[in-house]
Design a protein around this ligand. Structure first.
Ligand SMILES: [Cu+2]
Length: 266
């Protein structure tokens, strides 16, 4: 999602869970041990070392293609009309007590799209540590999807204190105050659900951590487009999360080797 690698969920989705895939490839292409001297026996052992290395390198180059997943889903989320812009006073009105220009622009809406019912089919693809940053008195990103069991770090990039906390049932925490020169605390998100994150000092700061029980998720672009790759064939529910009060779902059936189209609202 981050700095999802950064660890963007998109990048996360693009990285195959290599161990599982490697086992699958081994099953498809089992090793054979040629008997030396037999007609048609493998000639690799007799080859020059450099030539063998070249072939090995070429084989490794092809590996990502062999490891590519079976199915994909792509489509677009149609965002609802934006809320009414701030009234007279602009940013100064929206951020009381903050000098105009000090607060960064609010995030452009995005949605998280994920496939439910596929959990446990592959190892987690979530990075060991994701990040929810405080930058120009805003949370970045404003929506952070992670898989259950992920550690999230909360670095402060501003020259003032923040006090990040959550009263959500899914995960309650209070990180206290720390400067950007200090090592940021981390929180383990071990239960699926929605976690609203706030700052005790700056009332306007708000973000959501979406803790998912599936490794198959991505964040849409600001135009709503998305693509999920390396998915196993089967029947699932595809969900789009646009906020605590708006989410859509639809059943999907994925067939091997095919890319399915999906639109939200369904
Ligand atoms: Cu703050």
């Amino acid at each position: 999602m981050p700095t999802l690698p950064e660890t963007s969920p998109k990048n996360v989705m693009a990285n195959p869970a290599e161990r599982g895939h490697t086992q699958a490839v081994r099953q498809r292409f089992p090793r054979t041990t040629p008997s030396s001297g037999a007609p048609g026996a493998c000639r690799l052992p007799a080859m020059h070392a450099k030539a063998r290395l070249f072939l090995l390198g070429t084989g490794l180059g092809l590996l990502p293609a062999l490891l590519a997943g079976e199915c994909a889903i792509e489509g677009k989320v149609q965002f609802p009309p934006a809320p009414t812009p701030a009234g007279p006073g602009g940013a100064a009105c929206r951020y009381p007590g903050m000098a105009p220009g000090k607060v960064g622009a609010p995030a452009v809406p995005v949605a998280v799209v994920y496939l439910e019912g596929a959990a446990g089919t592959t190892p987690s693809r979530t990075p060991a540590v994701a990040r929810l940053e405080q930058r120009q008195f805003q949370f970045v990103p404003v929506v952070l999807p992670v898989m259950k069991g992920t550690q999230v770090e909360f670095p402060n990039h501003d020259d003032e204190y923040h006090n990040v906390l959550s009263y959500s049932k899914t995960k309650e925490f209070d990180l206290g105050r720390y400067l950007k020169s200090e090592k940021p605390p981390t929180v383990l998100f071990d239960k699926p659900g929605v976690v609203e994150v706030n700052c005790e000092i700056h009332q306007h700061m708000r973000a959501f951590i979406l803790v998912l029980d599936t490794p198959y998720f991505t964040t849409t672009g600001t135009n709503g487009s998305f693509r999920l790759e390396d998915l196993p064939a089967g029947r699932y529910t595809l969900k789009a999360w646009l906020g605590p009060k708006l989410n859509w779902s639809q059943p999907v059936e994925l067939t091997e080797g095919a890319t399915r189209q999906a639109q939200f609202p369904p």
